[in-house]
Design a protein around this ligand. Structure first.
Ligand code: GRF
Length: 215
């Protein structure tokens, strides 16, 4: 198959991985998932990948002396697949500046909030606690700032009376499964660039919060 070579990094369930697999298989993405790499052998996403006939690798961070040693092994593994795009899909590791710089402009993450709001963990509960009117998710290029790189696309859901963190998380997850494959699709079609002034789609500079998926 021609097209871009994608490597996906996971630590857990891999439902975002599944959404990307489904869009690759549907022919929407001009690329293939060359490998799925997990830092946890028990990650269910490895089963999803194997079921889809995708090569899997486990790299246990606990087997390495420090963060940089792990990241260097991870880079070697990723580069052995000649990745054009590296997709973090629930990869629960903080990455070193060395890693982030190595994949500058070709490293994606998805975060369950409308960045720059609610970086870090427990975003759904925090959105409720802050009395937000809406909540959502963001796909962004990764830079050295944690959960802080330039946004590519966002999708939002209204917070309604009686909402709780579980319900909100489920709705946001559904949105994640729409925007993550779309961002990958754009990248693989050569439509998306990280430039000095921000992210461009088809040559047009996107707003700081990225493209906004309309309901
Ligand atoms: C998602 O909520 C994503 O936003 C966050 O990690 C979670 C991964 O879920 N970064 P899954 O493994 O894709 O189901």
């Amino acid at each position: 198959m021609s097209g871009k070579r994608i490597v996906v990094l996971i630590s857990g369930s891999g439902s975002n991985l599944q959404a990307i697999i489904d869009r690759v298989n549907a022919g929407a993405i001009a690329g293939e998932i060359a490998a799925v790499i997990s830092n946890r052998a028990s990650a269910y996403g490895l089963t999803r990948a194997a079921d889809a006939g995708i090569e899997t690798r486990v790299l246990d961070h606990k087997a390495f002396a420090d963060r940089l040693a792990f990241d260097q092994a991870l880079m070697e593994t990723i580069d052995s697949y000649a990745a054009d795009l590296v997709v973090l899909a629930g990869f629960m590791r903080i990455l070193t500046p060395e890693f982030v710089r190595h994949y500058n402009g070709r490293l994606f993450n998805i975060h369950p909030s409308l960045l720059p709001k609610f970086k870090g963990l427990h975003t759904h509960q925090r959105a409720l606690d802050e009395g937000e009117r809406e909540h959502g998710c963001t796909v962004h290029f990764v830079t050295e700032e944690l959960d802080g790189g330039p946004a590519i696309i966002q999708a939002a859901t209204a917070i309604v009376a009686g909402d709780n963190a579980d319900a909100l998380q489920q709705r946001v997850h559904q949105l994640e499964h729409r925007i993550y494959p779309l961002a990958v699709e754009w990248f693989c079609a050569g439509r998306l660039q990280l430039e000095a002034q921000g992210v461009t789609l088809d040559g047009d500079l996107l707003p700081g919060s990225g493209y906004r998926l309309q309901e």
